[in-house]
Ligand binder design. Structure first.
Ligand SMILES: O=C1O[C@H](COP(=O)(O)O)[C@@H](O)[C@H](O)[C@H]1O
Length: 232
């Protein structure tokens, strides 16, 4: 399925344009259905975009925000994706948004994933907007090469749920929405920055092995063709 490429002169221009697009889509969802859902990524890339989006004038009290993936760490841990979102997005005009975390202080990650699956059960069928990132190893969400549950997570006929993932390159145990929960979003964005990520993207687009580069699953066969946002 064809993706669309959006290239920008710099990262600020990308952040502003992406914030405008996401805000417009969320507002349209609220007008059509009374509420909107947004699933965002963690990592370092989304900061500027989060800052820009938090200034957009939309009915944030009708918006539910969650994460496409999370580390199995509490919200005050420096590597928590929740902390990133709380610091850079859930403030200013976006402060009234409802946030649904994937992490829970459960006995183990499996229990946390089960709780997150229950709490997000009414969300994302489909999500209005999903923003994915990508690592230099070709992972997206927590679909890591060599991940112990990668095949289950990428199964297009699998359940729409939050599952655990462990992989050498992942650091902590992860919690991640499955591919079917993300791939049919009304707007599916892959947000990447820098020459290195562009080279990784080009490599992903040139091949088909999703175990080698799991981002290929989204690029190749997502029911919603992804829009790729890139700046140097
Ligand atoms: O582990 C993760 O990394 C990816 C990419 O992060 P970045 O720092 O290279 O932007 C991110 O999309 C994912 O949500 C996060 O958990």
């Amino acid at each position: 399925m064809a993706h669309r490429m959006h290239q920008f002169q710099d990262r600020v221009a990308l952040a502003e344009a992406l914030a405008d697009r996401v805000a417009a889509l969320l507002s349209a969802a609220i007008a059509a259905r009374g509420a909107a859902s947004l699933a965002v990524s963690g990592g370092s890339t989304p900061r500027l975009f989060f800052e820009a989006l938090s200034t957009r004038d939309i009915a944030w009290d009708r918006v539910t925000v969650t994460l496409v993936d999370e580390r199995f760490v509490p919200a005050d841990h420096p590597r928590s994706n929740h902390l990133l979102v709380a610091t850079h997005l859930l403030k200013d005009k976006a402060a009234p948004a409802r946030f649904v975390p994937l992490y829970h202080a459960a006995a183990n990650a499996e229990d946390a994933a089960a709780l997150a699956t229950d709490e997000t059960a009414s969300l994302g069928k489909p999500f209005d907007v999903v923003i994915l990132g990508m690592g230099n190893d070709g992972h997206t969400a927590s679909f890591f090469p060599g991940g112990d549950r990668l095949d289950a997570a990428l199964d297009p006929l699998g359940a729409r749920r939050v599952m655990t993932m462990e992989a050498e390159g992942a650091g902590e145990t992860r919690l991640t929405f499955s591919y079917p929960a993300l791939a049919d979003a009304r707007l599916l964005i892959l947000h990447i920055e820098g020459a290195e990520k562009k080279a990784v993207l080009d490599r992903a687009l040139a091949g088909t092995d999703t175990r080698e580069m799991p981002v290929r699953a989204l690029l190749e066969r997502a029911p919603t063709p992804p829009d790729i946002y890139w700046a140097p």
